[in-house]
Write a protein that binds this ligand. Structure first.
Ligand SMILES: [Zn+2]
Length: 458
């Protein structure tokens, strides 16, 4: 081996150092490039959305009248449906009207007609899609694009004009997440905005995942804590429905749904009394802030007047389409080998009940001892878990002015959970109690089947 001179050694060292420096610089460049690519992708998505939104604005807003605009007095998301009402003042000497439709129009120009009613007097159109709180625009059926809610007026001379909507309410944006299907959700951003001097109500729909605090379904096992509910021998309603609820949670999760339970048996005996259901961790508050679309509350019945036939009763919200309640009752009767309850009070259909109360006549009772119910419906669902989880759609009204009841801070919400209360059977009817104790899985399977069937979840 040739002996290296000092000079040569020095040169070699320098070479190695330069090589190392180049390597480090290259690595730094690579990191900067990768960082910028990632940054670029996110930026590109953002700007793409903006460009898309702008394109849609110009395209759809070009087709609407520059004036007047319809004034929205109310808009509500209840369960999986969107509803709206308001008015449009047309100029004097407007020609006769043939029809008025509330539509959702997307970028492709497709129109979804939302079932609505209208009146027309003295150039004023008043419209509503709210004949039922759980029908209207099915948010689960919308495509991943942008929609605009418009009023379409068809005049007697066949002329069609589109009118944009202006917000005349105290409410702002709504973020709605569709039910989880195949591990995927759509986020629907509902907001009033303005472009080209035209106010509009737009839905921006993107593919999304459920945020940490948003759920699909809430299960509410009735009673709990120091409230056992109905008792028969040594059987306690709160315990039986908790077992069913935990099983239901697991089975709904098995079909991919994200489920919140309002109690899991670990609650202390001071919790879940009648008085704290509106507290921060109370079942009404938990349900309201869950972002869930459906709530199912499980109970067992008991009656002094012994209805020997027992059977199932599904309680549904006021002013609602009863199809899901009917599906629940039918499937439970079929699958769990039970029968519809024979109780006739509040009965709407076989096994389906709507328990309303005229609160103006009940202001002597503690829960109704409140002056704040002015302006809500005359009749509201009596059962608080249905009424107080629906916000303005169901006429929630517990405002904290009644002694012993804290405030339902969501009572004025324009987003509500569609809630059902199921009385699986009668504790004091031997046949029912035995069936529920031995075959609770058949009841639970019937509820899961109903959710799958009705909401189209595989
Ligand atoms: Zn109960």
């Amino acid at each position: 081996m040739k002996k290296q001179t000092r000079k040569q050694k020095k040169k070699q060292k320098q070479k190695i150092l330069i090589k190392r420096a180049i390597k480090i610089i290259c690595l730094l460049f690579a990191i900067i490039i990768i960082y910028n690519i990632i940054k670029g992708i996110t930026k590109e998505n953002e700007s793409e959305e903006l460009i898309q939104a702008f394109a849609q604005n110009s395209k759809i807003l070009e087709t609407v009248e520059k004036t007047p605009f319809a004034k929205v007095s109310r808009y509500i998301v209840y369960g999986t449906h969107f509803n709206i009402e308001g008015s449009l003042e047309l100029p004097e000497n407007t020609s006769q009207i043939q029809n008025v439709e509330v539509i959702a129009k997307n970028l492709a120009g497709e129109e979804v007609i939302i079932d609505s009613e209208y009146t027309y007097n003295d150039n004023l159109i008043e419209f509503t899609t709210l004949s039922k709180i759980n029908t209207g625009l099915d948010l689960e059926s919308l495509q991943v694009t942008d929609y605009y809610i418009l009023l379409k007026v068809i005049y007697s001379n066949e002329e069609e004009k589109y009118y944009s909507l202006e917000n005349n309410t105290e409410y702002g944006e709504i973020n709605y997440y569709t039910l989880t299907r195949n591990n995927s959700n759509n986020k629907i951003y509902i907001n009033f905005s303005k472009a080209q001097d035209i106010p509009f109500l737009g839905f921006n729909i993107t593919k999304s995942k459920l945020p940490k605090d948003v759920y699909d379904v809430v299960i509410d096992p009735g009673h709990g804590g120091n409230d056992g509910g109905a008792v028969s021998g040594n059987h306690i309603e709160a315990d039986i429905v908790l077992d069913c609820a935990l099983d239901l949670k697991e089975k709904l999760e098995n079909i991919g749904l994200k489920v919140l339970i309002t109690r899991d048996g670990t609650e202390s005996s001071e919790e879940y009394t009648a008085n704290n259901m509106y507290d921060e961790d109370g079942r009404v508050t938990l349900a309201n802030k869950s972002g869930a679309k459906i709530l199912i509350s499980l109970h067992l019945n008991s009656n002094e007047v012994k209805l020997s036939a027992g059977g199932v009763e599904v309680y549904a919200p006021t002013n609602s389409n009863l199809d899901f309640a009917k599906t629940l009752a039918e499937n439970i009767v079929d699958n769990a080998n039970t029968n519809y309850s024979q109780m006739e009070t509040y009965k709407e259909e076989e096994g389906v009940y709507v328990r309303e109360i005229d609160i103006s006549k009940r202001n002597n009772s503690v829960a109704y001892n409140s002056n704040s119910y002015k302006g809500i419906f005359d009749t509201v669902p009596y059962l608080y878990i249905i009424r107080e989880t629906g916000g303005i759609a169901t006429g929630a009204y517990v405002d904290g002015s009644s002694p012993g009841y804290s405030e339902n801070i969501y009572r004025n919400s324009n987003v509500g959970v569609e809630s059902y209360l199921i009385e699986l059977g009668y504790m004091n009817v031997r046949k029912d109690l035995n069936n529920i104790l031995q075959n609770s899985d058949l009841y639970v399977e019937a509820i899961v089947k109903s959710v799958k069937e009705f909401y189209g979840i595989d």
